[in-house]
Structure formats: structure tokens, C-alpha cells
Design a binder for this molecule. Structure first.
Ligand code: ATP
Ligand code: ATP
Ligand code: CA
Length: 219
């Protein structure tokens, strides 16, 4: 993983969690908020923190924000400030600008400004949690395309001890298991004789429907 310099603007719940995780992953993070209390809370957790108004061009310039690889606008509720900060970051020439959007309209404006990636944390989390509630064995998933998904499914006690040949996911459900994550190692590209154990995590690729059927009928 490349070492990246991030600027995170807005240290609310989303911005502070994001910036802490980036720091823990070993990256350099500058946290900016106009609220001194928020900045104090984060000052010993991030590489640099500063009390500043991100809608002020001179301030962003003097902080050298344009030298950062990526800037994240984590201001949500104040849509005007979010848009202004995003415009300034793009104008200053920050390579990648990511912004949190609250509504579709907000997202549309951010898109027009040229924001590289727009995220809807609450909406996305709602969707994710719904999937996890409906499928108790589902830990996480990525949509590869409109049709294909990669999902992490936990092996239940019911199928513990079976080989892939016995469970037969590809022939019966069209799902391929690309890896099995065990407590002490990972089997990449498992084959018919590999054995599943309770609590192993299967990384499965297939269509949403195939994975749903596999999850509800077989696991
Ligand atoms: P979250 O949902 O992430 O907890 P929030 O809803 O509590 O956020 P928001 O209004 O979305 O709060 O703003 C997040 C942070 O952004 C706040 O801490 C706020 O002080 C900061 N902020 C808002 N406007 C600016 C600005 N112009 N410059 C710098 N920071 C700002
Ligand atoms: P396939 O063409 O589906 O691989 P195959 O006749 O070559 O089938 P094997 O590779 O011996 O048979 O596997 C037997 C069965 O075990 C497969 O039909 C499949 O259902 C299951 N299987 C083996 N490996 C995997 C895997 N990585 N993911 C999902 N299912 C597998
Ligand atoms: Ca909020």
C-alpha cells in the first residue's frame, strides 16, 4: 500500500472516524475543523490538526492543502460549506477530492464541480446493514458490477466438516469460492477436496441471486 497524505475537512463523527482509521493504516493525515473542540479531541490522534475555516481560500492555501494527495470533505449538514470547500480544493489542484453528500441534489452539485468520489455514509450503511440482517452469515460484500458480487460468508456448524465437493457450490448454485479464510491461514483458489470448518470465512463470487440462494439453502 502506498503512503498517502490525506487532508480531512470536518471532524464530525464521520470525519473523525475516517481520519483515525487512515492514521492507523499508516498514512499522514491533516484534520481540519473550524470547531476548536473537535480539533482538540483529535489533536493527539492525527498527524496534524488545525482549527480553520475550509471555505476560506487563503487559509487552505497557507495550509499547503494543494500538496496533499487526497482531500476528503466530511462536512455534511452545512451544504454550502461543503460545496465551497470542494470547489476550492479542486481549484487548488488537489489530485483526488472525495466528498460526503447528504442528498441527491447535494451530490449532483458535487459531481458538477468535479469531485472525484461522492459518498453517502448513512445511506450506504443502511443498505449494508439491511443485507447483513437479512443474511446472518453474510459479513460483507462488494458489488463488482451490476450483476456480479463478491461476498464473505461464515461457515455454519451445519456444514462444518464438508469438502467443497460435498457442498458442491459451483455445480448446484453457480457460486465459486475464491478463498477460504481460516483462523490461522488462507486457502486461495480452494479445490474440491478442501474442507470447510465452522467459523471459516468463504469468499464467494457469483450473481446476487446465486449467492442469496447458496446462503439461504446451503449454509
Ligand atoms: P457527522 O454526521 O459526520 O457527525 P455532523 O452532522 O455532526 O457530522 P456536520 O455539520 O456534517 O456535522 O459537520 C462535520 C464537521 O464539519 C463539524 O465538526 C463542523 O464543525 C465541521 N465544519 C463545518 N463547516 C466547516 C468549515 N467551513 N470549515 C471547517 N470545518 C467545518
Ligand atoms: P467444476 O467444473 O465446477 O470445477 P469439476 O467436475 O471440475 O467441476 P471438481 O473441480 O472436482 O469438479 O469439483 C467438484 C465440485 O466441487 C464442483 O462441481 C463444485 O461444485 C465444487 N467445487 C470445487 N471447488 C470449488 C470452488 N473453488 N468453489 C465452488 N465450488 C467448488
Ligand atoms: Ca450528520
Amino acid at each position: 500500500m502506498a503512503f498517502i497524505q490525506y487532508a480531512v475537512i470536518g471532524l464530525g463523527r464521520f470525519g473523525s472516524s475516517l481520519s483515525q482509521e487512515l492514521t492507523q493504516l499508516g498514512h499522514e493525515v491533516l484534520g481540519i475543523d473550524r470547531d476548536e473542540e473537535k480539533v482538540d479531541e483529535m489533536s493527539d490522534k492525527l498527524t496534524h490538526t488545525v482549527v480553520a475555516d475550509a471555505t476560506d481560500e487563503e487559509v487552505l492555501r497557507s495550509l499547503g492543502v494543494r500538496n496533499f494527495d487526497c482531500a476528503v470533505v466530511a462536512i455534511g449538514d452545512n451544504i454550502q460549506a461543503s460545496i465551497m470547500a470542494a470547489i476550492l480544493l479542486k481549484e487548488l489542484g488537489v489530485k483526488t477530492v472525495v466528498a460526503k453528500a447528504l442528498t441527491d441534489q447535494h451530490a449532483k452539485v458535487l459531481e458538477k464541480i468535479g469531485v472525484d468520489r461522492i459518498i453517502f455514509p448513512e445511506r450506504d450503511m443502511g443498505v449494508r446493514v439491511a443485507h447483513q440482517l437479512v443474511s446472518p452469515n453474510l459479513l460483507d460484500y462488494i458489488e463488482l458490477s451490476k450483476n456480479y458480487t463478491i461476498a464473505e460468508l461464515v461457515v455454519s456448524r451445519r456444514i462444518s466438516g464438508l469438502t467443497l465437493k460435498e457442498l458442491d457450490p459451483r455445480a448446484k448454485y453457480g457460486c465459486s469460492i475464491v478463498a477460504i479464510n481460516k483462523t490461522d491461514d488462507v486457502i486461495i483458489a480452494p479445490t474440491a477436496e478442501d474442507v470447510l470448518h465452522e467459523k471459516d470465512v468463504m469468499v464467494v463470487i457469483g450473481t446476487k441471486e446465486q449467492i442469496d440462494t447458496f446462503e439461504s439453502r446451503a449454509i
